[in-house]
Design a protein around this ligand. Structure first.
Ligand SMILES: NC(=O)C1=CN([C@@H]2O[C@H](COP(=O)(O)OP(=O)(O)OC[C@H]3O[C@@H](n4cnc5c(N)ncnc54)[C@H](OP(=O)(O)O)[C@@H]3O)[C@@H](O)[C@H]2O)C=CC1
Ligand SMILES: O=C(O)[C@@H]1CCC=N1
Length: 266
């Protein structure tokens, strides 16, 4: 059977196992998981009774043809050096590691390699997984991976040179927007008698509602601002300040993230 193997039961590995099994795209006997610590392997076995647990990466590599590397970028080389000598060569390696390029991966495994960048928002079936196949990936393997990730949200095929910026938007984005929501709520609570809990509840609901509005109406953010900001009213003074100061803040944040992206795992 063409089992899917997941190496690394951390935030992403756990989310993918939960997503693939909850969506029904994979059956419990089609997934094998391993992780460095016994605690993580036991947690997976407890969450999904009957799932295949491998005690070592090599054991998983021998049992699975599609192998998802859900370890941190700085652990990828070590894991590939460990498993590649035990593999047949016709496996499909799917790396989630941000910043580790196809050339580097193919230098460690000369077969089929795909880079996939999921997003934590797929925990709730939302968001877009980015997929970039290496040149050696055949149609069958490409469709299999695209189908798997489609079960937990949207997928977008991207060129490798698009990945850094697309990753910042799709995959780092939930963290960035969570920080914005937090700051907006904190500022409102600091300036008024509203409790921090209620401020965060309102800011979170508003963020979700705003995204839904933009998605469903097809309006641009500028269109929406024009509808909300009554002339001479309240919103326009806030938007003015944000438009003056946020470009610099986001330019700096994006530049810092791109710099780290290029250095991660090195
Ligand atoms: N978090 C995110 O939103 C996103 C992350 N990514 C990428 O996904 C990958 C995983 O990230 P994330 O889940 O956040 O990281 P975590 O640190 O949460 O998980 C990494 C897991 O790898 C396991 N691990 C470490 N070394 C080994 C090893 N030698 N053999 C087997 N397992 C090992 C750890 O095991 P143990 O628990 O057993 O100690 C840990 O559970 C990264 O490459 C990241 O760039 C991509 C998109 C989004
Ligand atoms: O922050 C990180 O490095 C990972 C990769 C993309 C999202 N989280």
């Amino acid at each position: 059977m063409d089992c899917i193997g997941v190496i690394g039961y951390g935030h992403m590995g756990g989310m993918l196992v939960n997503g693939f099994l909850s969506s029904g795209v994979l059956g419990i006997d089609e997934v094998v998981v391993t992780s460095k610590s016994r605690e993580s392997r036991d947690a997976c076995a407890a969450a999904w009774p009957g799932i295949g647990i491998a005690r070592a990466n090599g054991e998983l590599a021998r049992r699975c043809r599609t192998i998802i590397l859900a370890v941190r970028p700085q652990e990828v080389t070590e894991v590939l050096r460990e498993i590649v000598p035990l593999m047949d060569g016709d496996e499909h390696i799917v790396s989630l590691a941000a910043g580790i390029g196809l050339a580097e991966l193919e230098g460690l495994f000369s077969g089929s390699v795909t880079r996939v960048v999921p997003t934590i928002s797929s925990t709730v079936g939302q968001g877009t997984t980015l997929i970039c196949h290496g040149r050696q990936v055949g149609m069958h393997d490409a469709l299999r991976v695209e189908g798997l990730f489609s079960s937990i949200g949207n997928v977008m095929l991207v060129e490798e040179e698009e990945l850094p910026a697309a990753t910042i938007l799709s995959s780092c984005g939930p963290g960035l927007l969570a920080a914005v929501i937090e700051e907006l709520a904190d500022a409102a609570a600091r300036a008024s008698g509203l409790s921090a809990d209620r401020a965060l509840q309102l800011a979170t609901e508003t963020a979700a509602a705003t995204a839904a509005y933009l998605r469903e109406t097809g309006e641009t953010p500028g269109d929406l601002i024009g509808r909300v900001a009554t002339g001479g009213g309240v919103t326009e003074v806030g938007v003015k300040g944000i438009r003056e100061r946020l470009p610099e803040v986001f330019d700096e944040a994006v530049a810092a993230m791109l710099e780290r992206y290029g250095a991660v795992g090195k």
